[in-house]
Design a protein around this ligand. Structure first.
Ligand code: ADP
Ligand code: MG
Length: 488
């Protein structure tokens, strides 16, 4: 009796073991099929995103020819950059000295800045800045330019008042107030009439002219002896030029991206008012660049189609901080849906657009811990994914790598294209200033960018292109704008 029981028990255990093993085998097969399918998706994506040197040169050449096309007189234009023509009367020489004021209009606030320049060998000093939120009723109103300028003038008056002791009175001679606009590219920002107007500023000189006129009226009304000469998109390149004569372009790589470069003016488009200027800074709107050579994938196409401005700013959507994480999320979602990468149920949060931001993407990408612990922590934090295998985590970092590498290499190609357009590749040094959170904080992205420029130019030429990091931002560009527009 006892023995029988034991035999039955043993038989049951054996059967259970067999069933268990069979289950495990099935599960393992299923998992490895899923992994194979996910790997297929990843490989296909990586293939689409590939940027061999030959492709990068095609992109660079097209960037150069588009820049050239933009400079032909309106009417015969061939390029698609949509270069706004905010000609300035001149560039800083590096000799400007004195205290200068500027104002930088941003998404939901503006910043008033003041700083002292003492020639190119001295750094900008005595900086003071004040950030002021724009009240909601102004932001959301249909036509509040006047009200906004009034508010800015009042705040400028207060700010100047604070510094009157150290700077002396503004009064003896009218001063230039450098006025720059840097509108963050953030689809999540509430869209208001004012914002869409600012957005047009970068494409349309008239909008800048109107803003300058309103601002000058407001300054006059409040008895401030200052004048706005021009409203331009933030031009970091002016700052670069102040310190270095070989500084020819400035790239900003943050949420959005843009480039300003120094152009020698062809005679036919020099405005009468600024005819003495042989060179000017042009904000080239390179986010709008498009070329059939760009390695676009179906994920980029759907991101673009669902964006606020389909068909526009295609280059920006490949390279800038706003979009990198979103591209990664779209690939992950496809893997979750088609290969059950994160189990049988697609994690609901993975379906939320723009939930993966580039700092989190960078943290996962740069995770060097043995089991990708940061990747797992981010997956949990952002998508509520409780657990994942090491293999899955590794795949996540590979997707990040493909997206970051493609973006950074295209930026490198764009920079080479700009220097080529200036005819400076072979025979002169060119300094390119780069600023922005993406470049500053995403180490692997930055490294890809640098190595691409070396790769494209080879050891003979790569020393001619010098990339400088600038902390730029913070409204400092408007001080250099004021300095360059002031007669000395
Ligand atoms: P903006 O374009 O608004 O001026 P910033 O120059 O301040 O932006 O840069 C902020 C952007 O930089 C963020 O939106 C993000 O895309 C990117 N960024 C910031 N920190 C990191 C990081 N650690 N890793 C990757 N990207 C980052
Ligand atoms: Mg910035």
């Amino acid at each position: 009796m006892k023995r029988e029981l034991v035999v039955v028990a043993a038989a049951t255990t054996a059967a259970a073991t067999v069933a268990g093993v069979a289950f495990l085998v099935r599960q393992w097969r299923r998992q490895s099929n899923q992994q194979l399918s996910a790997q297929r998706i990843l490989r296909e994506f990586a293939r689409w995103c590939a940027t061999p040197t030959s492709k990068l040169w095609q992109v660079a050449n097209e960037m150069a020819s588009d820049m050239e096309a933009e400079l032909t007189p309106p009417g015969d234009r061939g390029g698609n950059l949509g270069v706004p023509v905010s000609y300035l009367a001149g560039l800083p020489t590096g000799e400007e000295k004195g205290t200068f004021y500027g104002i930088n209009l941003r998404g939901t606030n503006f910043m008033i800045v003041r700083g002292k320049l003492e020639g190119r060998n001295e750094a900008l000093s005595d900086m003071s800045r004040q950030e002021i939120e724009i009240p909601l009723h102004i932001l959301s109103s249909d036509d509040s330019t006047k009200e906004l300028c009034d508010l800015m003038a009042v705040e400028v008056a207060k700010f100047v008042g604070l510094h009157v002791e150290s700077d002396g009175k503004v009064g003896e001679r009218e001063r230039i107030l450098g006025f720059t606009v840097s509108l963050p590219v953030d689809d999540l920002l509430p869209s208001s009439a004012l914002h869409s107007k600012w957005r047009r500023l970068s494409f349309n000189d008239a909008v800048g002219g109107e803003l300058a006129q309103e601002m000058n009226q407001a300054l006059k009304k409040h008895g401030i002896e200052m004048r706005v000469y021009a409203v331009v998109s933030s031009l970091l390149v002016l700052q670069g030029r102040y310190y270095n004569k070989e500084s020819v372009a400035a790239v900003s790589l943050g949420m959005g991206t843009d480039v300003a470069y120094i152009e020698s003016l062809p005679q036919q488009i020099v405005k009468e008012s600024s005819s003495e200027a042989a060179e000017t800074a042009i904000n080239m709107q390179w986010g709008n660049f498009f070329s059939s050579h760009l390695p676009l994938t179906e994920y980029d196409a759907s991101l673009d189609a669902e964006s606020a401005d389909p068909g526009c700013r295609i280059f920006e959507k490949l390279i800038s901080g706003m979009y990198l994480g979103e591209i990664v999320r779209r690939v992950l979602l496809r893997m979750a849906e088609e290969s059950a990468l994160f189990g049988d149920v697609v994690p609901p949060k993975l379906t939320i657009s723009y939930s993966l931001r580039s700092p989190d993407m960078a943290a996962m990408h740069q995770d060097t811990s043995q089991d990708y612990e940061i990747v797992q922590a981010k997956l949990k934090e952002i998508f509520d994914i409780e657990s994942s295998t090491t293999l899955v985590r590794e795949m996540v970092t590979e997707i990040c790598d493909v997206v970051a590498e493609r973006g950074a290499r295209l930026v490198g190609a764009g920079i080479v294209g700009i220097v080529k357009k200036m005819g400076r590749l072979a025979n002169r040094k060119s300094v390119i200033t780069i600023e922005g959170g993406l470049y500053e904080h995403y180490r692997i992205y930055r490294n890809y960018l640098h190595s691409t420029v070396w790769e494209m130019l080879g050891t003979d030429l790569c020393d001619n292109v010098i990339i400088n990091h600038s902390h730029g931002g913070s409204g400092a560009a408007s001080i250099f704008l004021a300095a360059s527009q002031t007669d000395h």
